[in-house]
Design a binder for this molecule. Sequence first.
Ligand code: T4K
Length: 397
Amino acid sequence: MLLGSDSAIPSLRSGEGPIEMSDEMIYVTQPTMPPLEEFLPYLERIWSTKQLTNNGPLHQELELSLRGHLGVDDIVLYSNGTIALLAALRALRLEGEVLTTPFSFIATSHALRWSGLQPVFVDVEEAGFNLDPNALEAAITPKTSAILAVHCYGYPCDSAAIQNVADRHGLKVVYDAAHAFGVEDEGGSILRHGDLSTLSFHATKVFTTLEGGAVVCREPEMRQTLCDLKNFGIADQVRVVDTGINGKLNEMGAAFGLLQLKYLNQAIERRKEVDTLYRQLLSDIPGVTVPPLPAVRLHNYSYFPVLITREFSMSRDGLYEFMKANGVHPRRYFYPLITNQVMYQNENGAAPSKLPRATRLAEQILCLPIYPDLEARDIEAIVAVVRRAAQMSAALP
Ligand code: T4K
């Protein structure tokens, strides 16, 4: 870990006492690499079959394995989570306006725009990260066709309440479940909720295929539509039945995914340990609020979000810069809000006055590093940096 820098941001050097730190920068996440020697047989298989993409054997094997692992009816793999979202919106033949959250990665709203749909922004829950079901109804117009919700950080949306609104108004429900791999409530995988759920298997996610994604669906007809959509809409050698796209996951990614799956439970167990240690160590720092874990049967510990409130000795951004200057790179997921970006700021519901909770959340949020290989001494060092920041506010500009 870097001890200090030449920037104007105070470093630990201006604090008291040494903090035990590793030599390298600690980033918000890091993929878990499976043993290299276990990847080589997969490469040999790919080399011998020469099947590199287009629904190859490893792709098929991964789909089957994921269906079992996640306990979902069906799953269709994609080249990334954004294309999976585009395909889900297309498969449901949505039109007009879609209610969505401003507190997400930009891809959530971009997918609507790329699909010719108009995002209408709705605030998040009072004490949570997700769409407020009670605020949905007021945003519905005759043009509304769907709700696009996000299980932010793997914290489940109130799916029953969202479905209730959708049913009363004849709306489809799509979950951007990019963060929710493996999360289960009492009824099983939360990916079963809504009409379709989409996943991201990006390198920064709990489960990765390098780049990758998926759509979770139920009926065979929907599966067929989703499979057609990711392969240009090609049904056979002479018929194109849909305006599809190239959204295919390749064999290298599928192989990596198969190997990741083997070690996934272990990796999530490690994430849980990281989460537990953070909660212990951060519990007495004023102004650092650690939101309670979601009430689920299985959580994936994909992120470690904290809120930096007024009681903390410096602003959230001050702490963020201080941490970077001291070898830790947390992230402000998701600041700024999507609605603060120029292409969305004039959309319905985008005015900050209509999004007071999301606005506050974006100002307070900080995601601390969490990944399976993060060692206890790193976590202790990260918390020591936060603690030092809490003690040295007077030194700040
Ligand atoms: N919906 C939601 C709610 C999402 O969060 C996302 C993606 C999507 C949809 C779209 O899914 P994809 O089309 O991406 O499959 C990252 C990811 O690129 C993005 O996938 C993710 N959400 C978003 C929340 O985070 P950045 O810009 O923060 O990534 P980056 O490159 O700064 O990576 C963060 C840290 O991870 C780095 O500081 C170091 C580490 N890292 C990263 C990569 C790429 C590694 O150690 N190895 C790596 O290969 O966006």
